[in-house]
Design a protein around this ligand. Structure first.
Ligand code: RM4
Ligand code: NI
Length: 272
């Protein structure tokens, strides 16, 4: 694992904040930073792993990394995000402590109204203006503090939005929490006041993949975790992950992991 150095990303030694867009974000190996990092997802989706804890991210996800944290993007689906990097993380830790949680990024979602306000602050952080180093540092820090306050105030705003985007985000969150159940798409669309057509289009936009493929991935990731860590039979794992048929599960598993569930279990047993 390697540590990214601030010299590589900050415009000058005096700058306390730097912003880089990743449009799109490519898969990125595990790393840490000698700076703090706030990641704001604006489109698509993917799998983010922070300190060995994996969580799917999608539009509106907000992640915090302090220098002691390690993270990676192991899977990306048309994932667009912005990294807000900040020096002197210890200076901001008391302010950010309220926002740092192991599960952070699993449950923090900003809604479309907040995303528009955040975008305006990100643009201000990226503005390039000539000024004495101290003036520039004060300007950047001021905008950064506004951003941190806005994110905290609106950390659950996705659920307050009434629009299609937020209802889709709620549906995606529902899938994350209920993928072991049998999903009836018509009933789910009705529950979140979406047409099937809109459900398909918006899930594709927010996760980068189709609803069925997204559901299958959630189930397969759960099954892979069970194969690695438990001793249940492949059939029991298939059923407890939401698959109705263990043959279909094995086919899907082989398609996603290029090996059978048993081979996967054996490989991870040998690795440990
Ligand atoms: C990478 C990735 C990392 C970030 C660096 C600056 O593309 O987003 O998380 O730390 O950029
Ligand atoms: Ni990073």
């Amino acid at each position: 694992m390697y540590t990214l150095q601030s010299e590589e990303f900050f415009a000058s030694p005096a700058d306390s904040v730097a912003v880089v867009r990743r449009c799109p974000q490519s898969p990125f190996p595990e790393h840490s930073h000698d700076f703090g990092e706030i990641v704001i997802v604006s489109r698509g989706g993917g799998m983010h792993v922070i300190n060995d804890q994996a969580a799917r991210v999608s539009t509106g996800s907000v992640l915090y990394l302090m220098p002691e944290d390690r993270h990676a993007f192991t899977e990306v689906n048309n994932l667009f995000l912005t990294n807000v990097m900040f020096r002197l993380p210890e200076r901001y830790r008391p302010l950010l402590d309220t926002q740092l949680s192991p599960a952070f990024g699993m449950d923090w979602e900003i809604g479309c109204h907040t995303r528009r306000q955040v975008e305006s602050l990100l643009t201000n952080l990226m503005v390039d203006f000539e000024a004495p180093a101290l003036v520039r540092a004060c300007y950047l820090e001021g905008v950064f503090l506004q951003l941190v306050a806005l994110l905290w105030q609106n950390r659950y705003s996705a659920s307050q939005d009434r629009g299609v985007d937020a209802r889709t985000r709620q549906l995606v969150n529902y899938l994350r929490g209920n993928f072991t159940e049998q999903i009836e798409w018509e009933a789910l669309a009705t529950r979140f006041s979406l047409s099937l057509r809109t459900l398909h289009r918006k899930v594709l936009e927010q996760t980068g993949t189709t609803p069925m493929r997204y559901l299958n991935r959630l189930r397969l990731e759960h099954a892979a975790h069970c194969l690695k860590t438990g001793s249940d039979s492949v059939t029991d794992i298939a059923l407890s992950s939401g698959f109705e048929d263990s043959n279909y599960f094995s086919t899907q598993f082989r398609h996603e992991y290029a090996q059978s569930p048993s081979e996967y279990r054996l490989r991870h047993r040998q690795a440990n």
